[in-house]
Design a protein around this ligand. Structure first.
Ligand SMILES: [Fe+2]
Length: 202
């Protein structure tokens, strides 16, 4: 139950007037652009730190290519700002800060090798999914706003994010197995869990 003080605070908050010029779909779109632009820039700085930890050559190559793509994504967003005739600007993306931080902590748990590579893939996939959600939403909003040029650019990035996600999934199949094989303890446990002949005959 809210006390009176809290109630009056939330009433004041909800009643804050919105100007007609900002309370619209275009503002929603631009806020999203600023958020993902900040996130892409942050990734350009963060990905090289994770690249150094990768052992698998194919994974390294995929992330190196994706780092170049990430720079292109940021440049593409600058074009979208241009099309909207507004100055390129960014707004700190707390979600991306959190994802990168979580990623950093998770990868600190493992020694260099397939297990660390597997953890790196999980972290990057979480980041990719955040980006896919953001670009998917912006793409739909740009369609509603009738901004065809922006829509095409955002769709291009969305497709590239999907593509890298698919590549990472394929690599995960291989790398997770390698990580599993490297862990003899887990292999022994799996063997213990195999059904015996007695169970099979029931
Ligand atoms: Fe991106």
């Amino acid at each position: 139950m809210k006390n009176n003080k809290e109630k009056s605070k939330s009433v004041v908050k909800n009643k804050r007037p919105k100007s007609a010029s900002s309370n619209n779909v275009k503002t929603l779109f631009i806020n999203g652009l600023k958020d993902i632009y900040w996130a892409e820039k942050y990734l350009v700085k963060s990905l090289p730190k994770f690249l150094k930890k990768i052992s698998n050559e194919k994974l390294k190559e995929t992330i190196e290519e994706h780092l170049t793509e990430t720079e292109e994504h940021a440049n593409r967003l600058e074009m979208v700002f241009d099309f909207c005739q507004i100055k390129t600007s960014s707004k700190k993306c707390e979600a991306m800060v959190g994802l990168v931080e979580e990623y950093k902590k998770a990868t600190e748990l493992f020694n260099r090798g397939p297990l660390l590579d597997a953890a790196l893939i999980i972290g990057i996939q979480k980041i990719k999914h955040y980006e896919m959600a953001a670009y998917g939403a912006l793409h739909v909003l740009s369609d509603v706003l009738g901004m065809e040029d922006c829509s095409a650019l955002l769709k291009k990035t969305l497709d590239e994010e999907h593509e890298v996600g698919k590549k990472l999934n394929e690599l995960a199949g291989e790398i997770n197995q390698e990580a599993f094989n490297a862990s003899s303890e887990e292999k022994a446990m799996k063997n213990d869990l195999q059904p015996t002949g007695a169970y099979m005959s029931i």
